[in-house]
Write a protein that binds this ligand. Sequence first.
Ligand SMILES: C[S@@+](CC[C@H](N)C(=O)[O-])C[C@H]1O[C@@H](n2cnc3c(N)ncnc32)[C@H](O)[C@@H]1O
Length: 266
Amino acid sequence: MQGSTKHVVVKRKVSVIGIGAGNPDYVTVQAINALNQVSVFFIPNKGTGKAGLAKLRREICGRFIRGHDYRMVDFDTPSRARTTPDYSQCVDAWRDEVEQVYERLLVEELDDDEEGAFLVWGDPSFYDGTLRILDNIRSRGNIELEYDVVPGISSVQALAARHKVALNRIGESIMITTGRRLAEGFPDNVGSVTVMLDAQNAFKSVDGEMDIHWGAYVGTEDEILVAGKLREVCGEIERLRAAAREKHGWIMDSYILTRPEDPEEV
Ligand SMILES: C[S@@+](CC[C@H](N)C(=O)[O-])C[C@H]1O[C@@H](n2cnc3c(N)ncnc32)[C@H](O)[C@@H]1O
């Protein structure tokens, strides 16, 4: 019919699979079952320094997928401009760009009868944008998108397990935050806080009487763990971070800070 264009909506199915935070042994049975349903794995390139992360995703597929063909599609993730003073505006623009990349992948790299997957480091619900990206793509309406989520072992759980500590003090809340937030001040209402995504050594800004359980590359063969009174180990952690970043080109580390128990409260 002249003058009218038909808007074709494509149908796609993907899984978002948490693969654990660095050790292939963290991959769950549910994740293995999901991996074995997938035809196309989308593998983000996050810069040459982080080639190890893409390598781990490939290793996991090689180790756990049996008896069916699949292919890998590498893609470049746009990097975030860090120059604008408006953080949320900067994140919005970057997210929009990322969504376009994902939408193109889903349309062009996946056939109607194939299932795709994004392998998410750790667990998809801990500081990872994949679920939000897919939700927004679905809202745009160009793709009828169905997706499942498989939980993974987050770096938070891996860190707590390696240090053999709980994340909360008795009866208190668990708080997980970022280095950026911690730099604004230690939260008032909790005795313990777990910190991820700290590029600035934000732990230096808090009371040195706190205990810290710190870990880098937890679960991998490069794992480094340090625990102690913050004022005693702060300098060592700072040195280890700088040396590890220099050696590997990137670092993934997190830590748990705990106020000393008040004996009168126990
Ligand atoms: C973008 S977040 C992703 C978190 C991930 N979804 C998870 O469940 O662990 C990246 C941050 O997670 C933490 N992280 C991830 N893997 C880690 C590891 N193996 N050891 C220590 N921290 C890790 C670091 O704080 C890093 O800056």
